[in-house]
Design a protein around this ligand. Structure first.
Ligand code: PLZ
Length: 450
């Protein structure tokens, strides 16, 4: 295993430190945000009020020279580190060769190389094929298209707390109305919502939760009408919800028995994030199709659907594609990033980060009953804030903690159907000291906000 020099690997040689030289936002960032507000649509909001100018290792640097600890990775994207040197070099080489040919017009090698890697790395030893796209939402849309074509059935099941994207079909698949769907309907049809497993709130075992889900599917939809069941193995935007043991295997088994395509959306959980290459492995399941994006290309836009060859090949020639899907520069980045996932100890980093996060957050929980639960796997861990008496979600406290931490130079993200979850998704290249300091800041925010 390579030993990481955090000042070099996983980003430009930025000092790996939290450094505040102005309040956040500083004067340059303030000026920039005025420009942003005037030029960019109001719907495109931001969490951290800075103008970002560089990032690497475990920090993001702003235009005023502040260096913030990054516990969000641009929403689980820069897992191998922002501007990882090998990714940067691969992008520079590729972009000087050709910027685009369109893979559907003149195909090239890097696309095929990414497909081969995905076919090899995703769970299951069956014969697999892949198709590449630009974003997680586009991958999910295509997985549904493929499942419908393969089964000849229309219906799709998605779950409570699900997040799958912002396009029309994926808005229908996403559970939460505000901010993702409200006012943007009508939504795509033949999407049905089923209860998921949320042990902290439903109190059900995995088999009990699965029985409830399966009963709903059988009574309200009917297996004979169902093309696919789509689920995030650990629900991301919905609150880092880890299903109870046995829930996912029972759903997969039911899908197999009923000719329903089981799609794992691993856009957020994929590529070493959870301490396994794919979260499906943690639950012992082998999906028929798996969607990936985010971490796959070290920050370049790329996404994929990978799965059983007979399902992937069910679509007629010309049925899948897009102008930019599998762009050669993004594919070159993915080849380099996947190499880093495999050969730079990223799984071990995720596991070690997970240990550090859990130990610290569980210690916090033991002295603070407002932390209802600490949950997650690897470098995908969250805390859910509640009223200690009633377990009611405490979104106000959650957002106050995030704001306080950001003002103190630590980027933390919130999530959850009820907006009461703080999630930790550091780059896997973050140093232990920096991570510990980031958690100190969160703990201080929590202590301050009584
Ligand atoms: N599936 C599981 O987590 C993206 C959304 C950020 P795109 N999650 C971050 C936001 O508010 O827009 C996501 C995901 C899962 C699909 C997607 C969609 O991926 O690349 O954002 O389209």
């Amino acid at each position: 295993m390579t030993v990481i020099d955090h000042t070099i690997v996983g980003g430009p040689a930025l000092a790996q430190e939290r450094r505040l030289v102005t309040p956040i936002p500083g004067p340059r960032s303030q000026e920039f945000l005025v420009r942003k507000a005037a030029a960019v649509a109001a719907g495109v909001s931001h969490t951290v009020p800075i103008e970002a100018v560089a990032a690497g290792g475990g920090v993001v640097v702003d235009a005023d020279g502040n260096s913030l600890i990054d516990l969000g990775s641009g929403i689980a994207v820069t897992s191998v580190g922002n501007a990882h040197p090998a990714v940067v070099a691969a992008v520079q080489d590729a972009v000087a060769q050709m910027t685009h040919t369109c893979f559907m017009i003149s195909p090239y090698e890097s696309y095929v190389a990414v497909a081969e890697k995905l076919n090899r790395l995703t769970p299951g030893d069956h014969v697999k094929k892949s198709a590449l796209f630009n974003s997680g939402a586009e991958a999910v849309e295509n997985a549904v298209k493929i499942a419908r074509r393969y089964t000849g059935r229309p219906a799709v099941v998605a779950f409570d707390h699900a997040y799958h994207g912002r396009t029309n079909l994926t808005m229908a698949l996403t559970a939460k109305s505000m901010p993702y769907k409200s006012g943007f309907g009508p939504f795509a049809s033949e999407v049905y919502r089923a209860p998921a497993s949320y042990p902290f709130r439903d109190g059900l075992t995995g088999p009990e939760a699965a029985a409830k889900t399966i009963s709903l599917i059988e009574k309200q939809i009917g297996a004979e009408n169902l093309a696919a069941v789509l689920i995030e193995p650990i629900q991301g935007e919905g609150g880092f919800i880890v299903p109870a043991d046995g829930f996912l295997p029972a759903i997969v088994e039911w899908c197999r028995a009923n000719g329903v395509v089981f799609i794992a959306d691993e856009v957020q959980t994929g590529f070493a994030r959870t301490g396994a290459m794919f979260a499906s492995e943690l639950f012992g399941i082998v999906p028929d199709l798996i969607t990936t994006a985010k971490g796959i290309a070290g920050g370049m836009p790329l996404a994929a659907v990978t799965g059983r060859a007979e399902i992937m090949d069910a679509t007629h020639a010309g049925g899948l594609g897009g102008t930019y899907g599998g762009n050669p520069v993004a594919c070159a980045a993915a080849v380099a990033a996947i190499d880093a996932f495999e050969n730079e100890g990223m799984l071990e980093h995720a596991q070690r980060i997970g240990q550090l996060l859990r130990t610290r957050l569980e210690a916090l929980q033991s002295s603070d009953p407002r932390i209802g639960e600490v949950r997650g796997h690897g470098a995908m861990v969250a805390i859910e804030f509640v009223d200690p008496e009633t377990k009611a979600p405490d979104a106000a406290l959650t957002s106050a903690i995030a704001k306080t931490a950001i003002a103190a130079g630590v980027i933390v993200l919130t999530c959850g159907t009820y907006g009461n979850v703080i999630r930790f998704l550091p780059p896997l290249t973050i140093g232990d000291d920096l991570l510990a300091e980031g958690l100190d800041v969160v703990a201080a925010a929590l202590a301050e906000l009584t």
